[in-house]
Design a protein around this ligand. Structure first.
Ligand SMILES: Nc1ncnc2c1ncn2[C@@H]1O[C@H](COP(=O)(O)OP(=O)(O)O)[C@@H](O)[C@H]1O
Ligand SMILES: [Mg+2]
Length: 349
């Protein structure tokens, strides 16, 4: 099965492998360059400034929110603002607790340790983090069975920055050890327009306001998607429009890449089409729906559905998936009598 998070979908919210380098060049470097998320930004600003006044590393920081909203960027900004270096790892990359012990004992005073996807860290490693976060100490177990001994090792004071797309999966002992939790929200179109203008400047693309507005509106509230659409529209603009992006060029380009006005891509629309046209708006089970669009159920559930639900186009009921009236309208249809109208339990009244 293909990994739903490594898809080539143009509106995927996870970074595609070839994209990582490009993303690095578009990352904001300072808190003042970071657009949107005013609450998290102000809270972090206070946290960092007060820590600097006290000349102590700040509390551990947890950043939670959907992919592509700037968690990794913020982690790097935290280190940059503190003027310290950052060590980067991720929950799934820490296979044995010994790996983590080595990282922790190797930290220099004040450094930032960034653990991405921290909800996926293995339990023994997580337990090691508890004492490291709280007491700046780790117990390394040497040997096995009854002869095993715990050797306590000191860890330099450091700041852990954890990022998670699924904060609900974090255990409470881990969550409780973060002194600061920042919740990231989807961006408004006008914030995304600012992100786009900034990126266009870095990429050396001429982007007009109406072109930025057109791209922002189709970016699903996500800077990563906005930047990706910008690069694709730039390709089109260079070949067909002398490199300049206005509304007409953006629209024409996004038609080529099959991203519609709401930011739906080919798969999203296929799911809606099947739901509305083949199943009269549902309810229909996930696996049946997946067969109808020729995809794996996981792909439909994890790639297409989250945004369709958020956009108010699809609902999940105990009886299956249902198209909302907005979905019918988006496909240019009127919900037919009886279709889509369901009782509380997803059944037909
Ligand atoms: N607030 C922001 N301002 C400007 N660019 C942003 C912002 N948030 C994210 N980006 C852009 O989106 C891309 C993805 O951000 P990233 O920090 O990797 O997200 P996450 O770690 O939450 O998945 C980055 O390359 C960056 O250019
Ligand atoms: Mg990230």
């Amino acid at each position: 099965m293909t990994d739903p998070f490594d898809g080539e979908e143009i509106v995927a919210s996870y970074a595609q492998p070839a994209e990582r380098e490009m993303e690095a060049s578009l990352r904001p470097r300072q808190l003042t360059e970071f657009i949107g998320q005013p609450r998290v930004r102000e809270q972090l600003d206070l946290l960092l400034k007060s820590a600097q006044l006290r000349q102590k590393p700040p509390d551990h920081i947890l950043l939670s929110g959907p992919p592509g909203l700037g968690k990794t960027s913020l982690a790097m900004i935290v280190a940059a603002e503190l003027g310290v270096s950052i060590r980067i790892t991720s929950g799934p990359a820490i296979e044995r607790s010994g790996d983590l012990a080595a990282i922790l004992t190797g930290l220099e005073a004040g450094e930032v340790l960034f653990v991405d996807e921290i909800h996926r860290i293995a339990r023994p490693a997580e337990e090691l983090l508890y004492s490291a976060m709280e007491d700046f100490r780790v117990d390394v177990i040497v040997g096995k069975g009854p002869g095993a001994t715990a050797i306590p090792l000191d860890v330099e004071p450091f700041t852990l920055v954890g990022a998670t797309t699924r904060s609900g999966l974090l255990t409470s002992p881990l969550r409780d050890r973060f002194g600061f939790v920042g919740h990231m929200d989807f961006y408004d179109p006008d914030e995304l327009e600012i992100v786009l203008h900034r990126s266009a400047g870095i990429l050396g693309v001429r982007l007009h306001d109406d072109g930025a507005a057109e791209i922002a509106g189709r970016s699903r509230g996500t800077p990563r998607i906005a930047n990706r659409l910008l690069r694709r529209v730039r390709d089109y603009a260079e070949v067909r429009a002398a490199g300049s992006i206005d509304r007409t060029v953006a629209r024409a380009a996004l038609r080529v890449y099959e991203v519609d006005e709401l930011g739906l891509d080919r798969l999203d629309r296929a799911v809606l089409h099947a739901l509305v046209l083949s199943f009269h708006g549902g309810p229909v089970g996930l696996s049946t729906l997946a067969v109808a669009v020729g995809e794996q159920p996981e792909t439909v559930e994890e790639v297409a559905e989250p945004f369709l639900v958020r956009a108010g186009l699809l609902t999940r009921t105990p009886r299956g998936r249902v198209a909302t009236p907005a979905a019918w309208h988006h496909l240019g249809r009127v919900p037919s009598a009886g279709d889509g109208t369901l009782d509380l339990f997803g059944g037909r009244p």
